[in-house]
Design a protein around this ligand. Structure first.
Ligand code: UDP
Ligand code: MG
Length: 311
């Protein structure tokens, strides 16, 4: 019997990209001996994304859509797709054609060789805006320093996962899943392949600086409590420093040295004020995460779907 491959694609306002990506994917799969199902997650799009998906689904029995009740974000859209995919392996990629569908052939080969996860690394990304490249590099550096997992630079959510990995992943009940980190953390037999990203086909990036910052903070804080330790070490270091400073204060009072340290006083106050706020913020993020998690709300809400399995 032919194996089934599920292709999961989160789409948020991607109307102009849909037919193109489906065409490209179909021509890729026509060269292989697999059955394929496409699962698109409409993440609360405001454009014609859903309408187009419905029209295509009416003529293609292997195309499914999941309509979210609102925009839940890329990671949760992806999660919904992984939750519902029925394939022997699942491939996830973006709808904007930045992840070249042609790479899937290689991914499938690696899978057949016995790898459980085939992830991809973005190379020579001249096609990406400068700011994006730099911020992405900084993000991975920071993540690797601040957490116990190691994610290679340029790893995005373009990967193949075997069914057994997906089945374990489905049982995770994290409130803000940082999927690329979780998959890396899970282990199994993982292998990387490199690719050169293309330009976004149509439309514009859905990630702005604010969203990227949030994503980065989420990534770090869902994988480690190292920032909390860093805060403690910083606190210790500065206490030590100030203890060393006390003898000097006594000495200057004793010697009658004049006090004129207005500038240094203000600087100290401002510096420590800032530091304390940052540290409180860090602690706050963790508490916030616990708060969100204890509410145990579902990750996402499906408004409609043409998938046959129960929701
Ligand atoms: N996306 C989504 N929900 C969002 C933002 C993005 O489903 O809230 C999808 C988007 O349609 C695309 C993928 O996630 O398929 C990656 O988004 P984008 O291309 O905007 O990110 P970038 O490539 O700029 O990092
Ligand atoms: Mg993109």
């Amino acid at each position: 019997m032919k194996k089934l491959v599920s292709v999961v694609i989160p789409a948020f306002n991607e109307a102009e990209n849909l037919t193109v990506i489906i065409d490209r994917l179909e021509s890729v799969f026509s060269e292989t001996a697999y059955n394929v199902e496409f699962i698109f997650i409409d993440d609360g799009s405001k454009d014609k994304t859903l309408a187009i998906l419905k029209t295509i689904a009416a003529v293609k029995p292997n195309l499914f859509y999941i309509e979210f009740s609102r925009n839940f974000g890329h990671q949760l859209a992806l999660k919904a797709g992984l939750d519902k995919a029925a394939g022997d392996c699942v491939i996830s990629l973006d709808a904007d054609l930045q992840h070249p569908p042609e790479l899937i052939i290689q991914m499938l080969e690696k899978w057949e060789e016995g790898n459980d996860v085939v992830y991809t690394r973005r190379k020579e990304d001249k096609n990406l805006p400068y700011g994006k490249r730099k911020s992405s590099m900084l993000f991975y550096k920071l993540l690797n320093v601040l957490s116990s997992i190691h994610i290679e630079d340029g790893t995005a959510d373009f990967r193949l996962m075997d069914k057994k990995v997906i089945e374990v992943f489905r049982n995770f009940e994290e409130n803000e899943p940082f999927i690329r980190g979780l998959i890396q953390w899970m282990g199994y037999k993982q292998i990387a392949i490199d690719y050169i990203p293309s330009k976004r086909y149509a439309g514009s990036s859905k990630y702005n600086v604010r969203k990227m910052m949030r994503f980065a903070l989420q990534g770090v804080t869902s994988f480690s409590i190292k920032p909390l330790y860093t805060a403690v070490y910083l606190g210790f270091s500065f206490s030590m420093l100030s203890i060393l400073y006390i003898p000097y204060v006594f000495y200057s009072v004793y010697m009658g040295i004049e006090v004129d340290g207005w500038a240094s006083t203000i600087m100290t106050i401002v510096f420590f004020g800032g530091l304390q706020l940052i540290i409180m913020g860090i602690i706050g993020i963790y508490i916030g995460k616990m708060f969100m998690q204890t509410k145990n709300r579902p990750n996402y809400i499906i408004k409609s779907t043409n998938l046959v399995q129960p929701l």
